[in-house]
Design a protein around this ligand. Structure first.
Ligand SMILES: [Fe+2]
Length: 312
């Protein structure tokens, strides 16, 4: 078996592993691939260190965990659409949002969220690689929904259990009603950017809490693009969600990744929330992401009937 080394990301955290020794050759070894898949399932986040920093390697690592999925939104920029299906480029743009947190202005900042929430299907995982690392930060935060659920006060767990969130791609912070930090201000708003599926306010529906086949319950909520709860778009619905969210933020134990050029990070999008910590406006920051296909089976469009509950 090829020699890969696995360590916990941080002994104080209940999730995340750090792996070194991953090469193209090592990835041909079935035993290595199986070990990486087990690790992904058990730990939720894998930081690959010292890997070859190319799009080809990013795709090779990604495909260990499943087939790639093209991004559901047509206007999202592709890194090289002809050759490498599904590698998207995320970078600071002049018309992108600028926010201010505790008096500091940030571009490319994003609140805690999971990807493709505005879609009926939730991708299995994302793999990130940082091509231009911002000098003043550009860190990415990850937080484990299993840990959050485990540590939440049972009274709040009860409230969260029946919540089904309406989500769409209108990500303007002026419309976001919970899930933003204290001392937050919008300097420049996101461009209005609905996908065809989200036009006319059409939302996806995802549960705030779900149980994996392996038995763990996951807190899986975001205020990013949240338009209410199924059957309830009132202020009261947002107050109820905010109350649960505050409890989640009270117990959250995040990991913040500081990027190096030879890092790649995969996270389980059905379990782990993530956050972009942003960088100073005007700074260059370029990230490439691949998206791994899958479906946890609990999301739907709001105008479709609820799916059968999956066996827990
Ligand atoms: Fe994201």
């Amino acid at each position: 078996m090829a020699d890969i080394n696995v360590h916990d990301l941080d002994p104080a955290l209940s999730f995340g592993s750090r792996v070194t020794g991953v090469t193209r050759d090592a990835l041909q070894d079935e035993a290595v691939r199986a070990r990486l898949n087990r690790l992904f399932e058990e730990r939720g986040v894998i930081v690959f260190e010292g890997v070859e920093s190319t799009a080809e390697m990013q795709v090779q690592i990604s495909e260990v965990f499943g087939p790639l999925k093209d991004h559901p939104v047509a206007y999202v920029e592709r890194a090289d659409a002809d050759k490498l299906l599904g590698v998207i480029e995320i970078k600071a743009k002049p018309d992108g949002a600028i926010v201010e947190i505790d008096g500091e202005q940030l571009s490319t900042w994003q609140p805690w969220h999971f990807d493709h929430a505005y879609n009926n299907e939730l991708n299995r995982a994302g793999v990130l690689r940082s091509l231009k690392i911002a000098e003043t930060g550009g860190r990415t935060g990850f937080a484990d929904g299993i840990q959050i659920w485990r540590d939440m006060d049972p009274a709040f767990r009860e409230k969260a259990r029946d919540m089904h969130l309406l989500l769409n791609l209108d990500l303007r912070y002026g419309r976001q009603k919970f899930g933003l930090p204290e001392n937050f201000r919008v300097v420049q708003e996101h461009a209005d950017s609905l996908s065809a599926e989200n036009e006319n306010g059409r939302c996806s529906v995802h549960p705030a809490v779900w149980t994996r086949d392996t038995g763990e319950t996951v807190f899986h909520m975001t205020g990013y693009g949240c338009r209410g709860m199924v059957g309830d778009r009132s202020d009261g619905a947002f107050e109820a969600m905010e109350e649960v969210w505050r409890e989640a933020m009270r117990v959250i134990q995040p990991y913040y990744h500081v990027w190096h050029p030879t890092d790649m990070v995969i996270w389980d999008n059905w379990r782990v929330l993530h956050q972009a910590c942003g960088c100073a406006p005007g700074e260059e920051r370029v990230v490439h992401r691949t998206t791994i296909k899958g479906d946890y089976g609990l999301g739907r469009w709001e105008d479709e009937p609820a799916r059968e509950a999956q066996p827990a």
